[in-house]
Design a protein around this ligand. Structure first.
Ligand SMILES: Cc1cc2nc3c(=O)[nH]c(=O)nc-3n(C[C@H](O)[C@H](O)[C@H](O)COP(=O)(O)OP(=O)(O)OC[C@H]3O[C@@H](n4cnc5c(N)ncnc54)[C@H](O)[C@@H]3O)c2cc1C
Ligand SMILES: NC(=O)c1ccc[n+]([C@@H]2O[C@H](COP(=O)([O-])OP(=O)(O)OC[C@H]3O[C@@H](n4cnc5c(N)ncnc54)[C@H](OP(=O)(O)O)[C@@H]3O)[C@@H](O)[C@H]2O)c1
Length: 282
């Protein structure tokens, strides 16, 4: 498939305002904003032609602070590397220096986008395998939203399993809509060859509000419930690769679990069988 064929059609495309002349350093124009809950939203911005990244990486973005200096934070890029625009999925932290303001952006506004994406949740940091597990909590799903829409993911692995654990049902909406788009949008159908249902397993769970599957993914893995529910064999270092992105306690617990199953942590310079990144700093 040609990358140029992978262009999603959105309702808002026609309403997208023409980019304004940059007034900030590294300025990009907001093209779309969607709010999910009082704590979560996603937005898209223009992409500089020179901006290159690998799916799974993060970049520094922000707004100009009241002191006249850029107020920047790390954000995973949620869109795939072939799209014309960049998408981000964001928390709204009450009184958070950046997100208390960022949550009010509208199409036509400008944000700062620094030019150097980095990160460990990249294909280059993993050895070849058969199955790829994406383990996320909260906004930690963002890098996987990029990787799931990347042809390389489907060329390298037979099966991908996305688990997403949030406190409440409403916090799963971004992930649900992403999976539904992958399932139904004809742009992606070529990626799935043998069939969507066989190649992608989606396993959302909640911990504080009733849903069809409750519990922390760590507990569900330990008890074997995940494998039973999905009809999959347990994780082994021979066939499985994993990427982890969530809060610190979750990352540490899942790392320990994967290491019990003899997976080893990799890095860009030393590819192994799993990689991990914090979804935010505590
Ligand atoms: C590698 C990396 C990638 C990141 N990617 C994203 C991303 O894609 N989307 C995103 O929303 N944030 C992401 N973050 C967090 C982001 O950098 C900011 O912390 C966040 O935007 C809040 O900024 P703030 O200035 O409002 O508050 P901050 O002062 O930065 O944070 C205040 C407190 O809010 C909590 N918090 C911050 N971010 C989150 C979060 N995402 N989920 C739950 N609690 C949080 C923490 O307890 C933190 O101490 C990432 C962080 C890192 C290190
Ligand atoms: N989500 C909300 O409705 C809400 C509302 C107001 C304020 N906040 C605040 O916002 C901050 C971030 O909240 P968040 O919900 O986005 O993120 P979070 O606290 O990182 O929780 C996200 C998910 O990860 C699970 N989790 C936490 N530790 C884990 C571990 N060791 N192993 C496996 N799973 C684990 C949580 O389960 P558990 O529920 O079992 O911990 C929850 O389902 C917190 O400081 C919180 O107090 C959140």
């Amino acid at each position: 498939m040609k990358m140029t064929e992978l262009r999603p059609v959105t309702d808002t495309a026609a309403a997208t305002p023409a980019p304004r002349k940059p007034a900030l350093p590294d300025a990009q124009t907001v093209t779309e904003v969607q709010h999910y809950t009082d704590r979560l939203f996603r937005f898209r911005v223009t992409r500089p032609p020179s901006f290159r990244f690998r799916a799974g990486e993060f970049v520094m973005i922000g707004l100009m602070g009241d002191n006249g200096k850029p107020l920047l934070r790390a954000y995973s890029i949620a869109s795939p590397s072939w799209e014309d625009e960049l998408e981000f999925y964001s928390i709204k932290v009450p009184n958070g220096p950046l997100t208390s303001r960022l949550q009010h952006i509208r199409p036509g506004d400008q944000i700062i986008l620094r030019p150097k994406p980095v990160g460990t949740l990249v294909h280059d940091a993993l050895l070849p395998g058969k199955r790829l597990w994406f383990f996320a909590t909260g906004t930690g799903i963002a890098p996987f939203a990029s990787l799931l829409r990347e042809p390389e993911t489907w060329e390298k692995y037979d099966q991908v399993i996305l688990t997403h654990t949030c406190r409440e049902v409403g916090e799963l909406t971004y992930g649900r809509e992403l999976i539904e788009d992958l399932r139904t949008n004809e742009l992606y159908q070529e990626l799935f060859g043998a069939g969507f249902e066989k190649r992608l397993h989606y396993y959302p769970t909640t911990t504080r509000e009733e849903s069809h599957k409750m519990g922390r993914i760590t507990d569900l893995l330990r008890s074997g419930e995940v494998f039973e529910d999905l009809g999959l064999d347990p994780i082994t270092p021979e066939k499985d690769r994993a990427m982890i992105c969530g809060n610190l306690a979750f990352n540490l617990e899942l790392k320990a679990l994967l290491e019990d199953w003899e997976l080893e942590e990799g890095a860009n310079s030393d590819p192994q069988t799993y990689v991990v990144e914090k979804a935010f700093l505590d």
